[in-house]
Design a protein around this ligand. Structure first.
Ligand SMILES: NC(=O)c1ccc[n+]([C@@H]2O[C@H](COP(=O)([O-])OP(=O)(O)OC[C@H]3O[C@@H](n4cnc5c(N)ncnc54)[C@H](OP(=O)(O)O)[C@@H]3O)[C@@H](O)[C@H]2O)c1
Length: 274
């Protein structure tokens, strides 16, 4: 099975690295990338074949993974219009809708339909991502399974049954790492305010978030139950949580996700305009 990547930047390199670790053969992976330095690096570090422009092997591949920036996509897909021979096309471009990608890839007025759209997040760069995925109706079970095998190389996957749900995924997990970084920043700043040096304050904050996330992932209890278990009446955690509640912490997170999802919808409208 030949898998071609269009764009060999950060996300593509992370995906390819994860795929090779999981047994995909480097010889079966082709990367079309404009930047010669990136091509050389991918070839040297991952042993994949690289090209400056798509050729017949790319047009005839089994899977085409679209990994250029959303703004670059239309121009990057121009050589592919009507040229693919049945490849499963997987886009990881934020915001770009399948109807637009299908139109750009199509030939003779007919849109290309074997499409999967994914919304990964930045922890994918260290193999700890989570991606929302949507498959167009023309993609069969085997196609969906293959898309999961590829995306699972850099983390968890979640299917959505309606493409518009990917805007919500963007609000939750796509932009979500920034909310967590912001929380770590705040916890670190609070540690500084309590008299700790930067290094110690950061270590306390980071290890707390990492440890709590690992505990939540490993536990059969829900996060709410875990929270209740560490909150004794009249204790220190109860005093802290009362402050978070009084300052609207929970609602602020819900509103943040709503704002990101709404912005994702707007960007999707803009990106697919022409
Ligand atoms: N990074 C993330 O965490 C993340 C998360 C979610 C989704 N995504 C999506 O993943 C995609 C890739 O992101 P990234 O961070 O990996 O971007 P990136 O590092 O900029 O990689 C894109 C690469 O594609 C190259 N390129 C542009 N046009 C091309 C063409 N016509 N043919 C071949 N190569 C071309 C670019 O070269 P030049 O630099 O020379 O233009 C660049 O090296 C984006 O669509 C983004 O929305 C990324």
């Amino acid at each position: 099975m030949k898998i071609a990547f269009l764009g060999g930047g950060n996300m593509a390199a992370a995906l390819i690295g994860g795929m090779v670790e999981r047994g995909f053969a480097p010889a079966d992976i082709l990367v079309v990338e404009l930047d010669a330095a990136i091509r050389d690096r991918l070839q040297a570090t991952l042993g994949v074949q690289t090209l400056a422009a798509p050729d017949a092997a790319v047009f005839g591949c089994d899977v085409l993974l679209l990994a250029v920036k959303p703004q670059q996509m239309k121009a990057a897909l121009a050589p592919f219009a009507g040229a693919l021979r049945g490849a499963l096309v997987i886009s990881i471009a934020a915001g770009l809708r399948l109807a637009d990608i299908g139109r750009w890839l199509g030939g003779n007025g007919a849109p290309y339909e074997r499409l999967v759209r994914c919304m990964p997040n930045t922890p994918a760069l260290i193999g700890a991502g989570v991606a929302g995925m949507f498959a167009a109706p023309a993609v069969d079970a085997a196609g969906r399974e293959l898309a999961v095998r590829i995306l699972a190389a850099v983390g968890e996957t979640v299917w959505v049954e309606d493409e518009s749900r990917l805007d919500a995924v963007t609000g939750i997990s796509g932009s979500g790492p920034a909310y967590v970084f912001h929380f770590i920043e705040a916890l670190e700043a609070a540690g500084r305010a309590q008299g700790f040096e930067v290094a110690s304050a950061r270590k306390l904050a980071l290890a707390t978030v990492l440890g709590a996330a690992k505990l939540a992932a490993a536990s059969d209890d829900s996060p709410a139950v875990l929270r209740e278990k560490v909150t004794s009446k009249g204790g220190t955690t109860a005093a802290a949580l009362a402050q978070l509640a009084a300052r609207g912490w929970h609602d602020a997170v819900v509103k943040a996700v709503e704002a990101a999802a709404a912005r994702s919808r707007e960007l999707g409208d803009q990106l697919g305009k022409d």
